[in-house]
Design a protein around this ligand. Sequence first.
Ligand SMILES: Nc1ncnc2c1ncn2[C@@H]1O[C@H](COP(=O)(O)OP(=O)(O)OP(=O)(O)O)[C@@H](O)[C@H]1O
Ligand SMILES: [Mg+2]
Length: 195
Amino acid sequence: MTLAGEVIVRSTSDTRSFGAGLGSLLRSGDIVVLSGDLGAGKTVLAQGIGTALGVEDAVTSPTFVLIRSHKGRVALHHADMWRLGTLDEMGDLGIAQMVEDGGVAVVEWGERAIPVLGSDYLLVEIDMPCPDEAHQHPRDQHPRDQHPWDDQGRGEPGGEECRRIRMIAVGECWTTRALDLAALATRWTGGAALQ
Ligand SMILES: Nc1ncnc2c1ncn2[C@@H]1O[C@H](COP(=O)(O)OP(=O)(O)OP(=O)(O)O)[C@@H](O)[C@H]1O
Ligand SMILES: [Mg+2]
């Protein structure tokens, strides 16, 4: 298990765009486990991944259907474990088998299903609100109350809020790609997040 990268996202579109960056690193057979509280932005991140995989139809929450497969250059199997209580139920969805047959799986509340997902997966943790940003953005010299994004309603219901996204590589398939993930995080922190 390796913490491969960590970024701060400041809006819904930031999260979607970071998801697209992550999606561009994915390949058939990959499993991405999304962890984070209700409303953290797991579905938003999955939408970005879908865009990068060439999915054209809308990627919406699979909470009630449990799993939805989208065609793309690479198929996206988008699942949500929130309503499932037992590992047997989660195993019955057959996610590990699906990606063996092709495509990428993105599993919301996936930390609950880890025992049935196999030994290799990328764990993506979305934390809200952001932990103290002083530690996250040492390059950012502006006082917090002068940030332009504070005008966008940070902390208000329905407003744009800050999230911390961490990518944790688990298993050989992912630890060997940790440098690519770290490079993505560095690119993001060095440019995209500050656009
Ligand atoms: N920085 C941000 N990143 C992502 N979403 C954000 C951000 N700031 C505000 N939001 C809002 O938070 C909500 C995230 O919703 P989303 O459905 O993606 O959450 P979720 O983690 O999938 O929730 P659930 O556990 O219910 O499936 C959206 O309404 C989005 O606009
Ligand atoms: Mg969701």
